[in-house]
Write a protein that binds this ligand. Structure first.
Ligand code: FES
Length: 137
């Protein structure tokens, strides 16, 4: 199987069997956002103890890439410091997904990063209008 196919399988596998799915009863950080173009949504709850992520849950609905990226992101950020969360960049998400994501699907891939950074005051806002200019002009 080609490497690209393995990553595609991996995305589908996360979509069908999402990790850390659900909510936390008393999250230290909570954020949610919706992709206005399709209505797909991600909610994220974080428990942070001594400056590190000790528990994380996400919920949402939407396409395979948006939900799989959120699932993978929750695994990746377990144990991370808040500064490490704020330092995550769109390129890290793309690398995590492992397949070339076309411009039309980049919003899907980055929805969970946008939500995470909203929650912890990170710099990635992923303003949809900026992305539109970058991608479609
Ligand atoms: Fe809505 Fe992917 S189609 S986030």
């Amino acid at each position: 199987m080609a490497m690209e196919d393995i990553y595609r399988q991996y995305i589908l596998e996360h979509y069908r069997d999402p990790r850390n799915h659900g909510h936390l009863d008393h999250p230290d950080f909570h954020a949610a956002d919706t992709n206005p173009l399709c209505g797909d949504r991600i909610e994220l709850d974080l428990q942070v103890t001594d400056g590190r992520v000790t528990d994380v849950r996400f919920s949402g609905r939407g396409c395979a890439i948006s939900q799989a990226a959120a699932s993978m992101l929750t695994e990746r950020i377990e144990g991370a410091t808040l500064d490490e969360l704020r330092a995550l960049r769109p390129a890290d998400i793309m690398e995590m997904l492992g397949v070339e994501i076309g411009p039309a699907r980049q919003r899907c891939a980055l929805l969970s990063l946008r939500v995470l950074h909203q929650g912890v005051g990170g710099p990635y806002t992923g303003r949809w209008s900026d992305e539109d200019e970058d991608e479609e002009s």
